[in-house]
Write a protein that binds this ligand. Structure first.
Ligand code: NAD
Length: 390
């Protein structure tokens, strides 16, 4: 149970890059990081517009002196201080992640980075090697993996409660961008421009979320090959896709699908992971994140509820309140930030043994997302052919 008691000697001195006023994701980063006092927001380069970022930072009660015009100045200036930042969160558009993350790791600062981690596997490899060399943590905000029943699913699959896994059916298909909303919405505009978004739109923006949940639930399932088709129903988005289907073969003979879409009219979020075994199936839906559906062939379906003592310990570890009270995305993110802090603290003490078994979405999670996108795009852009997973 997480109850706000201190776990670290003192909060980690933390800064943000991006996540400024009007950004989509900035507030949940701050809310999650500050929830359990494991981080203290002491600096930032919050906005591409330096003046707006400074004003915003001051309104967040960050000292004016430590509201910087850009991330390079921040790293330089913070290095000179005895109480300089120890960690930074990067909540900027995709195209900036690689250079900012690399600069942070070179400056000896732990990182929490938004997904997708970067554009290419080559860049992700550089980041991973740099983090390993400098003994730094890179957490990636696959926020939904902080929902506790995901860890119930993992345990149930591990313990054979579903039998042999045959099919993994994933989707994240919302309807918010069914028309060209980017014409009036800056948060969507960069998402459909390859210069800022990278090689994909919905594959990276939403598809990697359920994919990562499946990796958490089934860490041993490895993709053997895949086939992807992607299209832009709003034509001006080409070459980036607003809809994609991916079919995958796993090495153990199971098959999987991912439907990623921003044009699924009427759907609020539509993120689901359904795992089908030879005896039973599990299903998780992000619009009801406290519940896990368990369906044994030939028996009535069961709904497993967060916070109940029939769940495995791993699914109870990060509870903040008893079952029945709905927890949501903000709690899931807080769980991840709490874990990022614990991992950073262990890294500072060079406690490799602890880190070996301590779960959080790490640099490998980010790496795998980038790798999957790269393979999907290679398949789609070669005429939707089957490609071996590289
Ligand atoms: P946004 O366009 O709404 O906000 C981006 C913010 O970054 C703005 O405040 C902007 O001024 C600032 N910014 C841009 N370039 C900057 C720079 N060089 N230095 C400092 N600040 C800069 O974008 P968003 O929707 O909040 O997305 C940001 C990132 O978060 C993206 O990578 C996106 O994929 C990711 N995201 C993740 C989730 C999730 O569930 N984990 C959800 C939404 C967005």
């Amino acid at each position: 149970m997480i109850n706000g008691e201190k776990r670290l000697k003192s909060p980690i001195r933390w800064a943000m890059i991006g996540g400024g006023r009007g950004s989509q994701i900035g507030y949940i980063h701050r809310s999650a990081a500050l929830r359990d006092n494991s981080f203290q927001l002491v600096a930032g380069a919050f906005d591409i517009d330096a003046d707006r970022g400074r004003e915003f930072g001051i309104n967040l009660r960050v000292s004016a002196q430590r509201c910087y015009p850009d991330y390079k100045t921040m790293f330089e200036e913070e290095k000179k201080r005895e109480d300089g930042i120890e960690a930074v969160s990067i909540a900027t558009p995709n195209g900036t992640h690689f250079s900012i993350c690399k600069a942070a790791l070179e400056a000896g600062i732990h990182v929490v980075c938004e997904k997708p981690l970067c554009f290419t596997v080559e860049e992700a490899t550089i980041m991973r090697e740099l983090a390993q060399k400098n003994k730094l943590i890179v957490g990636v905000t696959y926020g939904y993996s902080g929902h506790q029943v995901i860890h119930q699913a993992k345990k149930m699959i591990e313990n054979g409660e579903l039998g042999e896994i045959r099919i993994v059916n994933m989707m994240f298909a919302h309807g918010f961008h069914s028309s060209a909303v980017e014409e009036d919405n800056p948060s969507t505009k960069w998402r459909v421009d390859p210069k800022f978004a990278g090689p994909s739109y919905v594959l990276g923006d939403v598809g990697t979320h359920p994919l990562y949940l499946s990796e958490v639930m089934m860490p041993n399932m490895k993709i053997k090959n895949l086939m992807c088709t992607r299209q832009s129903f709003v034509k001006s988005r080409a070459p980036l896709e607003d809809n994609a289907f991916v079919i995958m073969n796993y090495e153990n003979g199971a098959v999987g699908t991912v439907w990623a879409s921003a044009v699924n009219c009427g759907s609020m979020h539509g993120q689901k992971v359904r795992v089908i075994g030879s005896k039973a199936s599990l299903e998780w839906w992000d619009e009801q994140p406290n519940q896990l559906r368990f369906e044994i062939q030939g028996k009535p379906a069961q709904i497993l509820e967060r916070g109940m003592d029939y769940l495995y310990d791993d699914a109870l570890a990060d509870d903040r309140i008893g079952g029945g009270h709905p927890e949501g995305l903000f709690e899931a993110w807080s769980n991840l930030y709490w874990r990022f802090a614990v991992a950073m603290d262990a890294a500072n003490r060079n406690d490799r043994e602890f880190l070996k078994d301590f779960w959080y979405p790490d640099i490998n999670a980010g790496f795998e997302g980038v790798r999957w996108i790269e393979n999907c795009v290679r398949s789609a852009d070669n005429g939707s052919v089957w490609v071996d997973y590289e």
